[in-house]
Design a protein around this ligand. Sequence first.
Ligand code: NAD
Ligand code: UD1
Length: 339
Amino acid sequence: MKKILVTGGLGYIGSHTVVELQNTGFEVVIVDNLSNSSLDVLTGIMAITGVKPTFEELDLRVKEDVSNFFNRHSDIDGIIHFAASKAVGESVEKPLLYYENNIGTLVYLLQECERYGIHNFIFSSSCTVYGEPDSLPISEDAPIKMANSPYGNTKQISEEIILDTCTVSEIKSIALRYFNPIGAHESSEIGELPIGTPQNLVPFITQTAAGIREQLSVFGNDYPTPDGSCIRDYIHVVDLAKAHLMALQRLLSDKNTTDFEVFNLGTGKGSSVLEVVNAFEKVTGQKLNFKIVDKRPGDVISVFADTTKANEVLGWKTERTMEDALDSAWRWEQKVRNI
Ligand code: NAD
Ligand code: UD1
């Protein structure tokens, strides 16, 4: 049984990936500092898989603690590195927090990979590395534009750090560039639970429908898109989680063609904010209180993925629709709020 370290494994995407790993027979060790998650997630993972993953509360910013962890777990076969700070606005306010948490932790982990001969490393990247694209859909060959936030910059720098490390070591890595993950596990045992006011669209929608937020603000309706609102590629988090499994298996079986590979993970379909709102109302039967407000600074107009490489090379494709994701997100919100 292969032993996989999942950093940030109690977080949103990490927890869904742990479920897929355990359901496939991997032994999972989670480290998380609980800065954006809670121990309840372990209960949810257990309810779905029947297996309690090993968990250690660990702050990856503390180099000595990271070293001590690997002294005790030197038999790890691969790492999926989710742990990071991810709020774009906060990164503008507190850039050093982001550089420390997203870059420092990556360096420590890669140092331990070198020290213990751990050669398989999956990294959570983002479509934010493309900035405002020149053409759509965006393929992995699209130019990396200047980052529009310190958060985005950490993802660009991280990819460079991994590439440089792979070039001179035996480490092989895949960076997965996520588009917009939404939804929850079908069981409603795990899902997205942002701390404080949600910054992302779908949790804001479900919290508005649940009566926790008074009104959804739609940021702008005069963009050069068919209905004037921004377009994104919303991907079901379970489909996204499954892609991690395929990327890991690719590395473990030496199927990678270069030591550092990148894949877009999206559906290939763009949906506008207003289309998401309409789809949510249709799928759930909930009327959503929303108003159009000013544009949000820093938003790109339209992004959606060219998924050809992930489909053909990774052998992965999405199986769930945006409607499935919105339905699962709403069922999760209802469960969490006892509605
Ligand atoms: P999340 O905040 O739900 O999960 C991250 C987890 O990492 C949390 O449980 C948090 O407590 C933990 N963590 C943070 N800093 C840590 C540290 N120093 N030591 C140990 N644990 C730490 O976020 P998510 O949405 O699951 O995102 C996972 C990854 O995917 C991140 O790297 C994020 O940047 C990336 N990503 C997310 C999205 C998205 O829209 N959710 C899009 C693109 C990329
Ligand atoms: C953002 C980041 C991305 C990051 C992701 C996860 C940018 C350009 N991208 O994605 O790098 O990985 O968050 O945190 O910052 N919207 C509303 N009302 C709301 C919330 C959002 O109208 O209350 C709109 C936004 O304007 C956007 C769309 O919904 O058009 C999606 O927004 P969001 O969920 O925040 O994701 P991104 O901005 O695409």
